[in-house]
Design a protein around this ligand. Structure first.
Ligand code: PLP
Length: 466
């Protein structure tokens, strides 16, 4: 298995080099040259596996022998051994045709742990194998930061710097990132939005001299390994629901920000999993909803919402989908992305829009609807949705017109977002691990959203590793 860039200007590389490269050196995103196809018989065999065994099977297609079997199995078992549920990502039935896939049983109570526990161990494996220094740089809208820090802290040869938007993450998210007392961890709180942070790190990664000098590595969902780890739970969820009832296809409703998680679902479908509708659930930051409805991809005005981890205007992984929409034509993709850079928007043809609508449904939750849905489901089912999952469930309610069976991805535990839960007049009990955070001192530096200032901080933090 080789990997190529969506913009076509990177020589084919293997899995480990793909992980290390993160963003492709030509500014594109790395994708597998061919998507592996899983036969019906193979799916049938997979349906009986534990989460870890299933993860091994799926990830193996993409690692393609670059990590020996026993070591890959060990790496996977270690990654999911930190989860509080033995099923790793259990499926819970909410009502008739609606299930939730609980992705929040990892160390930081959000779905990002599923990919970042794996990626942390993968980096550690690579560092040990190659003796490479690994300096991780990432931007977060809240959950990736804590999850990435948890994924790599204490691992030899790895340092990490995370940018988060100052004051725009939830209290628990902030505490999870900043209460880690470890000199290999640097938290920069930038005076700006997540999009500013993401743009700055993209610029820094695009400066290849700087990237190479400091051995910079990515943990954002531009890293293909994250997408890969996330495809596993689409398969797992399908098999769990199929045990419960007869299904041909299964719909998924996915709270979406950077298009990473939903792209993993798209990939699972392309691999042969019988997925019906993939519902893109957004909040008022609804660039993706608008694109799916009218074929124009254009950032709008930034809104702070009850679901801050989805407060994103420019969805990094969108380019991966665009590449497939354009028939895997990297030249056409590069051209459109250039156009996006110069004109600030992308418009697709009528025919392409038909394809988009065949691939996705979309719904953007507005304002109070997020809270209303939390209240309603709490009352009717006694299940407490976090505000992101609430967007997913609201989108299911809006898009489910023919009684299709659907799994909504539950991307976070409600305790991470008590700001919204409180507004619903619901009192929740915090898990012990979250309660304990409130007594710990915080470690962070507030900086301007300036490329130069952030580079200086990085030089200082990462230099000590050289
Ligand atoms: C990151 C995140 C999302 C969005 O996921 P993407 O892969 O960026 O689309 C949704 N919900 C929560 C709780 C998150 O942390």
């Amino acid at each position: 298995m080789k990997y190529i860039s969506t913009r076509g200007n990177v020589n084919k590389i293997g899995f480990i080099d793909t992980v290390l490269m993160g963003l492709a050196t030509d500014g594109g995103l790395l994708v597998p040259e061919k998507i592996p196809q899983i036969s019906e018989e193979k799916l049938e065999a997979m349906s009986k596996l534990s989460y870890q065994e299933l993860a091994y099977e799926i990830i193996s297609y993409y690692v393609d022998g670059e990590i020996p079997e026993t070591e890959l199995k060990e790496l996977i078992n270690k990654s999911y051994g930190t989860f509080r549920s033995h099923e790793v990502t259990p499926v819970v039935k909410l009502k008739d045709n609606l299930y939730v896939l609980e992705l929040f049983h990892g160390p930081t109570f959000a779905f990002k742990d599923v990919a970042l526990q794996f990626l942390g161990n993968l980096y550690s494996y690579i560092a040990k194998k190659t003796g490479e220094t690994i300096n991780i740089l990432g931007a977060t809208s809240g959950d990736t930061g804590a999850s990435a820090i948890e994924g790599v802290r204490g691992k030899e040869g790895i340092r990490i710097c995370i940018l988060h938007p100052h004051g725009k993450v939830s209290k628990v998210q902030e505490l999870q990132m900043t209460t880690v007392d470890d000199e290999s961890v640097l938290n920069l709180a930038i005076e700006g939005t997540f999009d500013d942070g993401q743009r700055i790190i993209k610029e820094i990664f695009a400066d290849l001299d700087f990237k190479n000098k400091y051995h910079l590595r990515a943990i954002n969902s531009i890293n293909f390994a994250r997408i890969l780890a996330q495809t596993v739970y689409y398969f797992y969820a399908y098999f769990q629901v199929a045990k419960d009832r007869d299904i041909k296809n299964l719909d998924f409703s996915v709270p979406t920000g950077n298009f990473g998680d939903i792209f993993a679902g798209y990939l699972a479908k392309r691999m042969g999993l019988p997925v019906g509708k993939l519902i893109v659930a957004t909040n008022e930051n609804n660039i993706l909803e608008r694109f799916i409805k009218d074929g124009i991809y254009q950032p709008g005005e930034f809104h702070s919402t009850y679901s801050p981890s989805m407060d994103i205007q420019v969805a990094s992984n969108f380019e991966r989908y665009l590449f497939y929409l354009l028939g895997e034509d990297s030249q056409a993709t590069a051209k459109l992305m250039d156009k996006f850079k110069s004109e600030g928007k992308i418009t697709v043809s009528e025919e392409q829009l038909r394809q988009v609508k065949a691939d996705f449904a979309a719904y953007g939750v507005q304002g109070e609807e997020c809270l209303k849905t939390i209240r309603q489901y709490h009352k009717e089912t006694n299940y407490l949705l976090d505000p992101h999952t609430s967007c997913g469930v609201a989108a299911y309610d809006a898009c489910n017109d023919e009684g299709e069976v659907c799994v909504t991805l539950s991307t976070a535990h409600p305790a991470k977002f008590n700001e919204a839960i409180e507004l619903c007049d619901i009192e929740q009990t915090y898990p012990e691990q979250i309660k304990a955070l409130f007594d710990k001192p915080q470690h962070l530096e507030v900086v301007a959203a300036s490329n130069d200032e952030i580079r200086q901080k990085l030089e200082k933090h990462f230099q000590s590793a050289l």
